[in-house]
Design a protein around this ligand. Structure first.
Ligand code: NAD
Ligand code: UDX
Length: 480
């Protein structure tokens, strides 16, 4: 069997870009991405895609309605496909057993049940979603318990390593593609077929194969390692602020050791995004279930450190603004969890805004890509506030950074958008209340230049001597 038709269940941040690039690189394969959300599918079929990813519009335009289709007709797509990706969301459970830690597999299970119900021919079913170790066993169990005579299912694990904001490039040039399969001759055949699809554009030596459980665990491990590096450098940023060391210098010196490497050592307000926290919590939960409490505790600390960093940064803002932000207007630059995406899932900006709102501040928020409704949804969520109407009154969303700073006391930079570097800060300074503060949570601005203009500047992992005589340390109470 050659793969000629692929179906992907889940048209999200992973399913959409992954299948678009697959269609681009495999003109001989027909790829259909399905979702139960008619709204999302309509957006994929429109000029304004549901997600912002640099380069994605071009890829979609080239393939859509040629060999790439977005549809709500899940049944037809499943029935016709040789290979089906399950690319649905696997959020942290919000109820019941494992609440707040375990991955909720209800969407994976519903996708497996759909396949079992609809399939009338052999299918290779590929776990693309990030799942706990041995999730493939549950999928197989559902499929085989509902198996129709003469139909064969093979299950593969093929986790996705793309990062948002660079998804197209990551998909075109991945460091590796990982495929896990059953260690049987049928398992190997299925694995070879998926490998053949990737070989349309990825060198064979970059496609690595393992058993299913190693593949599933490798995805959790990769995210845990990446997040751990950020928490490690962020922990040292606190030491830098207390001692006069500069975390950027430390990261450079440490990262030049080829055994350590320089990537993912950028100290920040904290990591966000839909994956790191969810996947580490899931790993912690799995370890507890395996009676490995020390291992669970070890990885849990990566999350604790991230929470500490977000809180530390938020508290610093309040302390520097004379310990009160009540009725002060504060500009928030950037709401997305990183640059080049409109995604706000677990963005550190939510923690910062929540803290400031609780202290009575009024917020003027600007982000180049996040939709205003999304910001309001995030800040009025029951986890953030119990008085959504008050939040709506206290928050103003702007479509331009210069209007977001007019008459405000401080700018808090939460996302490292390139455009924030090139703004006219003299003009900004003139339109702000004095003293005017900048809190650079991403370390991207020219702090010397800002200080020359007259700003009081605070950042992560570096004591800026000339920032203000009042600001000795994060813990001290400034005096007027
Ligand atoms: P997402 O929420 O953006 O998209 C998931 C989509 O699946 C939604 O549109 C939802 O409507 C759809 N869906 C759920 N159940 C369905 C069903 N039964 N039938 C049809 N459609 C269904 O999620 P995402 O960010 O694309 O993540 C998907 C998976 O990939 C997760 O497991 C995630 O951990 C993993 N992952 C995400 C990223 C990332 O950067 N976002 C990177 C690597 C891996
Ligand atoms: C991550 C993984 O990188 C990717 O391989 C996986 O498939 C999904 O999860 P993503 O969350 O999209 O990707 O973005 P990433 O670039 O990893 O950034 C995550 C968060 O860490 C962002 O908030 C980012 O700003 C922050 N970060 C990243 C830092 O604070 N410092 C760094 O050095 C790197």
């Amino acid at each position: 069997m050659v793969i000629s038709k692929i179906c992907c269940i889940g048209a999200g941040y992973v399913g959409g870009p992954t299948c678009s690039v697959m269609a681009l690189k495999c003109p001989n394969i027909c790829v259909t991405v399905v979702d139960r959300s008619a709204e999302r599918i309509a957006q994929w079929n429109s000029d304004k895609l549901p997600i912002y990813e640099p380069g994605l519009d071009d890829v979609v335009k080239k393939c859509r309605n040629v060999n790439l289709f977005f549809s709500t007709d899940v049944e037809t797509a499943i029935r016709e496909a040789d290979l089906i990706f399950i690319s649905v969301n696997t959020p942290t459970k919000t109820f019941g057993n494992g609440k707040g830690r375990a991955a909720d597999l209800k969407y994976v299970e519903s996708a497996a049940r759909l396949i079992a119900e609809i399939a009338q021919s052999n299918k290779i079913v590929v776990e693309k979603s990030t799942v706990p170790v041995r999730a493939a066993e549950s999928i197989m169990h559902i499929l085989r318990a509902n198996q129709k005579p003469g139909i064969r299912y093979d299950i593969l694990s093929n986790p996705e390593f793309l990062a948002e904001g660079t998804a197209v490039d990551d998909l075109l040039h991945p460091d590796r593609v990982l495929i896990g399969g059953e260690e049987t001759s049928e398992g190997h055949q299925a694995l070879e077929k998926l490998s053949w699809v990737y070989q349309h554009w990825i060198p064979k030596e970059n496609i690595i194969t393992t058993n299913t459980w190693s593949s599933e665990l490798s995805k959790l491990a990769a995210n845990a390692f990446l997040a751990q590096r950020i928490s490690s450098i962020n922990s040292l940023s606190a030491v830098c602020e207390a001692t006069g060391a500069d975390v950027s210098e430390v990261a450079r010196a440490v990262g030049l050791d080829s055994r350590i490497g320089s990537k993912f050592l950028q100290a920040s307000v904290g990591f966000g995004g839909s994956c790191f926290q969810k996947d580490i919590l899931n790993l912690v939960y799995i370890c507890e279930g395996l009676n490995l409490p020390q291992v669970a505790e070890y990885w849990q600390q990566v999350i604790h450190m991230n929470e500490y960093q977000k809180t530390r940064f938020s508290q610093k803002i309040i302390e520097c603004l004379f310990n009160t932000v009540s009725d002060k207007r504060i500009s928030i630059f950037g709401f997305a969890f990183k640059k080049n995406t409109g995604d706000t899932r677990e963005t550190p900006a939510i923690t910062v805004c929540k803290t400031l709102l609780e202290e009575g501040a009024k917020l003027d928020i600007y982000d180049p890509k996040v939709e205003p409704e999304q910001i309001i949804d995030d800040l009025t969520h029951p986890c953030v506030t119990d008085s959504p109407e008050d939040v709506k009154k206290a928050v103003q969303i702007h479509s331009d950074p210069y209007s977001a700073v007019r008459g405000t006391h401080a700018i808090v930079l939460c996302t490292e958008w390139d455009e924030f570097i090139g703004l006219d800060y003299k003009r900004i300074f003139q339109s702000m209340m004095k003293p005017a503060y900048i809190f650079d949570g991403r370390k991207i601005l020219d702090h010397d230049h800002l200080q020359q203009i007259g700003f009081h500047v605070q950042t992560i992992g570096k004591k800026l001597n000339r920032s203000s005589g009042l600001l000795r340390s994060w813990g001290s109470i400034p005096q007027l």
